[in-house]
Write a protein that binds this ligand. Structure first.
Ligand SMILES: N[C@@H](CCSC[C@H]1O[C@@H](n2cnc3c(=O)[nH]cnc32)[C@H](O)[C@@H]1O)C(=O)O
Ligand SMILES: [Zn+2]
Length: 434
């Protein structure tokens, strides 16, 4: 690939200042080679960023990308009932082809809204990795193990599968795929299985990702059974550490926040899902003050109901203020940092910054829309006013994956059509079986 110059725009720098600059991308390495004075460097290929703001590609730190197939299928219920009555029965019918179709749809949606990397929990993960490879984006994938409702053999096989998939797919798609070992949550995977498989994951040096402290209903059974809070139980199981990030972290007390900080465990905050399922409000300001790395995730499209990370950024700022009852809590700079560098740090790749040496994962936001006028403060706009549809170009690993709002790596209309068909057939099968 030849070098690329993202030229003529303003650039968001790692210290969250904005300057006029051209971004030179090294076509060989896919890294940013230089952030240069406008007009001082040249490259064979140019991406026009005039009237635009060049930002790091956004990082969706927690999702279930193939759940786009279930968008709008079941709404307005709390987590337990939603999963058990609606989602899990349909997911039981999901085929590998369905999952690939849903993943492509979700990835197109993310590319269009400036997301270049996502962290996913699901199954038939090889097919999600195929979609990631074709789309040209970056992802941390894994097979999610659930043991409740399974006999011992099936439960152990599911945990083993999570280990195997993490080992096999790490480094796929030219290194754009990384992996995690994934117990679904502390209440859906039995203690005996965690005691057996977490040490194996640690031995294999795998990162770990799981849902934690999402609802009160997830906290109480652990306190009743083990006499400690969920994250204390997780720590006892050796689940916490620098290579772990949990999804949600809504119902965490002060001691658990300290435990996250002391162990270096990260949190993928999912504000829209937490609001929609009425799970609660994560103490984001307190987590950040304690030094916990926080990223921002959409969660699946069935509890959001879109994968637009800009929506999430605004929601994170809003609910963060409400949770802290303080309008100065979770300010614009914090959410912009969380959805870029915070997410990249959780996922463990060198991105989230427009700086020489970082991965060239970029989005160019078109600043000409009425809702982005005037331009007093572009960080404020990123937090509160930009929408996914304002993204004009998306670049991942130095490759242009969307130019002038046209996705180049996947055929968007074919993807939409295929996903609609798979979704319709899936629901037909699930309801036919009922
Ligand atoms: N259901 C499968 C595997 C689980 S994949 C990951 C699961 O997380 C589910 N999920 C989606 N959003 C959430 C959430 O907010 N909390 C907990 N689970 C979720 C999703 O529907 C999917 O079933 C089995 O029984 O083996
Ligand atoms: Zn989730």
């Amino acid at each position: 690939m030849s070098d690329l110059l993202v030229a003529g725009g303003q650039v968001l720098r790692p210290d969250l200042t904005v300057e006029r600059a051209d971004v030179l991308v090294d076509g060989e390495t896919g890294d940013i080679a230089d952030v240069a004075e406008p007009g001082t460097v040249d490259a064979p290929e140019t991406l026009d960023a005039s009237d635009g703001l060049v930002i790091p590609g956004l990082v969706n730190a927690h999702t279930h990308v193939a759940m786009t197939l279930l968008r709008g299928y079941a709404d307005d219920k709390p987590l337990d009932a939603w999963l058990q009555e609606d989602i899990w029965p349909v997911e039981a019918e999901l085929t590998a082809d369905d999952i690939e179709a849903g993943a492509e749809l979700g990835i197109v949606e993310m590319i269009r809204s400036g997301t270049t990397a996502f962290s996913d929990m699901y199954f038939h993960v090889d097919r999600i990795a195929d979609a990631v490879e074709r789309a040209g984006v970056r992802a941390v994938l894994g097979h999610t193990a659930v043991t409740v409702g399974k006999d011992d053999e099936a439960a152990r096989a599911d945990c083993q599968r999570s280990l195997d998939v993490a080992n096999e797919l790490d480094g796929a798609a030219d290194g754009r795929v990384a992996t995690t070992f994934q117990p679904h949550s502390l209440t859906t995977v039995g203690e005996e299985y965690l005691r057996e498989f977490v040490p194996k994951a640690r031995e294999a040096d795998l990162s770990i990702h799981f849902h934690a402290n999402e609802t009160e209903n997830e906290v109480d059974p652990i306190v009743d059974e083990h006499g400690v809070r969920p994250l204390e139980y997780a720590d006892d199981l050796d689940l916490l550490g620098e290579d772990t990030y949990v999804a949600h972290g809504v119902h965490v007390d002060e001691a658990e926040i300290d435990l996250l900080a002391d162990t270096g465990t990260g949190v993928a905050h999912c504000p829209a899902s937490n609001m929609k399922l009425a799970s609660g409000m994560a103490p984001v300001q307190a987590l950040r003050e304690a030094g916990v790395t926080v990223g921002i995730g959409t969660d699946g499209a069935a509890s959001n109901n879109d994968l637009d990370a800009f929506d999430e950024v605004r929601d994170a700022a809003m609910i963060g203020k409400l949770a802290a009852e303080d309008a100065s809590a979770v300010p614009a700079e914090a959410v912009v940092e969380m959805v870029t560098r915070g997410g990249a740090d959780l996922l463990g790749f060198d991105g989230g910054r427009v700086a020489a040496g970082s991965n060239a994962d970029l989005a160019v936001v078109d600043l000409t829309a009425p809702h982005l006028t005037p331009a007093h403060d572009l960080v404020s706009h990123l937090a509160y006013a930009v929408r996914g549809g304002d993204v004009r170009h998306t670049v991942c690993d130095g490759e242009v994956v969307m130019r002038d709002r046209e996705v180049l790596t996947l055929d968007e209309s074919a993807v939409r059509e295929r996903a609609s068909e798979h979704a319709r057939d899936l629901v037909g099968r699930a309801e036919g079986d009922a």
